[in-house]
Each structure stands twice: as C-alpha cells, then as structure tokens.
Write a protein that binds this ligand. Sequence first.
Ligand code: NAP
Ligand code: GLV
Length: 324
Amino acid sequence: MKPRVLITRHVYPAAVAILQEHCIVDYHDTYDVMDEERLAKKLQHAQGVLCQLTDPLTANVIAKAPLLRCISQIAVGHDNIDVAAATARGIAVTNTPGVLTEATADLTFALLLAVARRLPAAEQFLRAGKWQRWDVDLWCGADVHGRTIGLVGLGRIGQAVARRAKGFGMRVLYSSRREATAAVEQELGAIRVPLDALLRESDFVSLHVPLLPETKHLIGIEQLCGMRKGAFLINTARGQIVDEAALVAALEEGLIAGAGLDVFEHEPQLHPGLLALPNVVLLPHVGSAVTSVRSLMCALAAQDCTAVLTGERPKHLVNPQVLA
Ligand code: NAP
Ligand code: GLV
C-alpha cells in the first residue's frame, strides 16, 4: 500500500507532483499554520510529512504520530523539529541545504547595504514628496567598502557572505566552533578570531549559525556592549540567536549604529520597540525568497521524503544515524 504523506501548508506544485507518484497525499493547501494539537491529529495516519519552519514538530507531536517515518523540512534550519525525539523513534529528518545559500547571502548583503546607506528611509522620504534638491548631507550613511565584517559562523551561508564581502574590499573576520580549512581561509581572506574580538573589531557583525541551545541569545547585552559604537548587526540566521529586548535597548541608547534583521525572536511578532527605531531595516524572513530557489527547496524536500518512504537514501539527512 502507498504511504500517506501530509503536506502541512501551501507549497510549489512540483512538490505535490513528486509526492503523488509514490504516496497518498493529504495536502493542506492553505497558508494557515497548524498548532500542535491540529498537527498531531493530521499526523495520526501519516508515514511522512512535508513541513515548513512554521510547523511545531515537537516531541509531543512526534509521540502522537505512531506511523511517522520521515519529516522533510522545506528549509535548511530545522529548529522547529525535535530531532532528538525523531531520532529516538528512528524517524528520518531531512532539510534543504545548499540550494538557498547564494540567495540568502545576497539578501544578507542587501540588508547590510540597506541599513548602512539608509536606503528604505531615503526612499520613503522621496515617495512622500519631501525631496526638494541635492544637499551635501542628504541621507548620508556609513561606508561599506573597505570596512571590517565579522561573520559568526562560517558555514555555507557565512562563506557565501564572505565572498561578497571580499568583492567589496572588506576585511573578513569570523568566529566558529571549528577552524575552517586553510584553503577556505585563504580563498576568502578570512581570519578566525574569538567572538569578543570579532565584536570589538567589526563594523558589521553578521550572524550565520544555526539556532541551537548554545546559540540561543548568543548576542545579548554584554555582546552588544562589546561592539563598536558605529557598528551594525545583521541577522539572517534565526531571531532567537539575539536577545531582542537587549538589541532594542542597545539601539535606543546608541550603543551600536543600527541593525538589519530578517528574522525575529517571536516571529511574526516583533518587539514593539523595533518598529519605532529609525536605524533598523526589518524584513519578513525572506532570506531565500527567490521563486526558483523556493521551488527547488519544495522539490528537494519532496524527493527526500519519497526516497525515505521508498527505501532509498535521501540527499540531505539531518540525523544519518537513523539510516545507518
Ligand atoms: P551551515 O552550513 O551548517 O553553517 C552553520 C555554521 O555555524 C557552521 O559552520 C557551524 O560550524 C557553525 N556553528 C554551529 N554552532 C556554532 C556555535 N555554537 N558557535 C559558532 N559556530 C557555530 O548552515 P547554513 O546553510 O550556512 O545556514 C545557517 C543558518 O542560516 C541556518 O541554520 C538557518 O537557521 C539560517 N537560514 C536563514 C535563512 C533566512 O531565510 N533568513 C535562509 C537560510 C538559512 P561547525 O562546522 O562547527 O558545526
Ligand atoms: C530559512 O530560514 C531556512 O532555514 O531555510
């Protein structure tokens, strides 16, 4: 009998077609987000689930899905999934790394440029009909070219951002649990330093680590106090890596110059202080939001889900021990 797969939310059509070849698909084709109770009910008879970073695949939900064999996430980050609980049950967890790296690095650099050069505020000024003439100090911002960028995490996206920074003639520092290979360091011109030195020396601090217990609130008030007064914080990783209340306080007090944020601690809710600040650029988690990329992510997740359910090896397994 064909396995049953739940698609939790609206996806690009390629994913549905791929799954329908081998599975009975229960497609929840809406933009609604199911809470734990609803998701658990929907998963009662499912062997697979194609899910998104909005879906709470908690230990509790996993425990109530007795037939589940595969959780396929349409994203690289998978902090919404209790991977330990899935692994304990032998459930494969897959994700979609790689295909979104360049798009997310582009967006990171777009945010960096937008906040440094005050682009959204300058555009709003123009659209509001306030532009009278060219002035020598009209909408002046901060230099990007030749400044120092500090990358927290030098994985796929961190490295792709470093390549862009190199093109802008920037000095590249990074902090990471493990040292990158000499070849990578040389190609990127990246120098590994401890986090406190990176914060002290960087004009732009950009976050590229996954959300893990040890990276939650990695950037709090102490770290923000350790940054340069004229520095900017860029976060396209996960909101909970930054203590958002501390960031608002630091920005209000002028401890740092500004922030470019694509992710938030309690998405889609924002700390109310953020919206009132003039020196932040805020985006609704659109790091990988390029049509071709999102379509590929959907297809990749569907292929990996099908692979697990038909006894083949998926391309991107988060917990390889389950298929050892
Ligand atoms: P990746 O290749 O796995 O890179 C993550 C890097 O973080 C690795 O180099 C890893 O080093 C390092 N790291 C892990 N824990 C660390 C710690 N405690 N301290 C310092 N470094 C640590 O992942 P990626 O593809 O670049 O994606 C990174 C994250 O970006 C994802 O997890 C996701 O949350 C986020 N993301 C956001 C968007 C968006 O739309 N805004 C899009 C894509 C991804 P090790 O080698 O030591 O493990
Ligand atoms: C997006 O945030 C992702 O992790 O792919």
